[in-house]
Design a protein around this ligand. Structure first.
Ligand code: PLP
Length: 423
């Protein structure tokens, strides 16, 4: 159904509905007009039962029974000093900036190839972002650039584990550790992925997770702050509870609660935590399913990719990835756009990803200029992500693979000057 047809359908189906019925099906682009969408939020089993139970318990504000169970599960699995559920990964990043006392004049080092929140949370406190380029193989922060980017004002380094494949944490920790610079991992893509056997999110002083509906384990909107340095625990609780010591009050450690620090309201409803608990409990099943989808794409697109100079994702042997997405790097921007259009015409939604932050309006205002992060610019133009969700059926995936391998607009190898061919 095309957009106009869909709008008419909505209107007609509305007229048969009682006046106060909720509106018809999804109306945003990822779900409309496409037989095979890019993403679908998928249930794993107990979500609705847990949500109903949370409501029947009569505590639907934050830090109820289900929040506590999510917290315990994550703390135990990650071996963290503490985990606090938050309303989003963005808010967990804002908490990290507050905990590190980031202020005007401070610098943070971030990859330009990331979501805006990785940077914005720190810019909100007055920091200046220093953009690092990414590696050509994993599209992760290029650790080799760090020594040249660090200054006496550097107050944090933010590795982003792109697609759930680990950054080179040994080198990053060594470089940062020598200078006493804290690391905050943006692990929105990589929950339960590992680097040399250890879970991502366990390396930085702090790490952040996302449970947004586009991530691997979801609750609609949600996140978590992972605290590995125990010195941050008490203050993190206060920041998250509007700058009050209410958490201590609930535990009976103080007899009234009061305003003690900066803060905001970063805790999610227990209804969302109930949904999330079901997802977290089914993490093994979700990861296995996503691995199967990823492996199937990777295997069945190999020949086509080699023939057309398309780069498939690369996962170093010491990284156990989280299978967050399946992407391809086309030889040129024109090829990438043509492939998206080719798939769209077949009812399949494939999407590009991050636009380089150093070339965004805000990035330019911080001195970003073209050519400053060449690999980021190269990847951003060429990357396309294929439909990827737990309920993707084998026949849907075969359709995607068949459509991709029929794309023959580019019977040549990678364009000259592409970093694919550079040394
Ligand atoms: C999704 C995402 C975020 C933001 O997550 P929210 O939970 O939506 O705030 C931050 N960083 C990265 C790398 C992401 O992919």
């Amino acid at each position: 159904m095309n957009r106009r047809g869909y709008v008419r359908y909505l209107r007609e189906s509305d007229s048969n509905q009682p006046a106060n019925a909720p509106p018809g099906p999804q109306t945003f682009e990822t779900h409309m007009n496409y037989r095979i969408p890019f993403n679908k939020p998928c249930l794993t089993g107990d979500e609705l039962r847990y949500v109903a139970d949370a409501i029947s318990r009569g505590h639907i504000a934050g830090d109820g029974v289900y929040s506590g169970m999510c917290r315990e599960l994550l703390e135990r699995e990650l071996g963290a000093a503490g985990v606090l559920l938050t309303t989003s990964c963005t808010h967990a990043l804002e908490m990290a900036a507050l905990l590190l006392d980031i202020g005007p004049g401070d610098e943070i080092i971030v990859p330009s190839f990331t979501f805006v929140s990785t940077v914005n949370a720190f810019v909100l406190r007055g920091a200046r972002p220093v953009f690092a380029d990414i590696r050509r193989d994993t599209l992760n922060l290029d650790e080799a650039q760090l020594p040249a980017l660090i200054t006496p004002r550097t107050r944090a380094i933010l590795p982003v584990h792109y697609a759930g494949v680990a950054c080179e944490m040994d080198a990053i920790l060594r470089i940062a550790g020598r200078r006493g610079i804290p690391i905050v991992e943006d692990n929105a893509h990589g929950l339960f992925a590992r680097y040399r056997g250890r879970y991502l999110g366990a390396f930085g002083a702090l790490a952040t997770q996302s449970f947004h509906e586009t991530k691997n384990l979801i609750c609609g909107e949600g996140g978590a702050l992972v605290i590995n340095e125990p010195e941050f625990l008490d203050r993190a609780e206060v920041l998250r509870e509007k700058g009050t010591n209410r958490s201590r009050y609930y535990r009976g450690q103080v007899d009234k609660y009061t305003w003690v620090d900066l803060g905001s309201s970063y805790l999610p409803s227990d209804i969302l935590a109930a949904f999330l608990l079901a997802q977290l409990q089914n993490r093994t099943k979700v990861l296995a399913r996503r691995k199967a989808i990823w492996d199937y794409y990777h295997h069945n697109l190999r020949q086509w990719a080699a023939r057309f100079g398309v780069q498939q994702p690369s996962v170093p042997p010491h990284c156990e990835q989280a299978y967050h997405m399946y992407y391809l790097l086309l030889p040129s921007l024109a090829d990438r756009q043509a492939l998206i259009e080719h798939l769209r015409a077949r009812g399949i939604l494939a999407v590009f990803h991050y636009v380089p932050l150093h070339l965004s309006e805000m990035g330019i205002s911080f001195g970003g200029r073209e050519g400053a992060c060449p690999v980021t610019e190269w990847a951003s133009d060429r990357l396309v992500r294929l439909p990827f969700y737990n309920d993707l059926t084998e026949s849907e995936q075969n359709e995607v693979i068949e459509a991709v391998t029929r794309f023959e607009a580019v019977p040549r190898v990678a364009a000259a000057g592409s970093p694919l061919q550079a040394a």
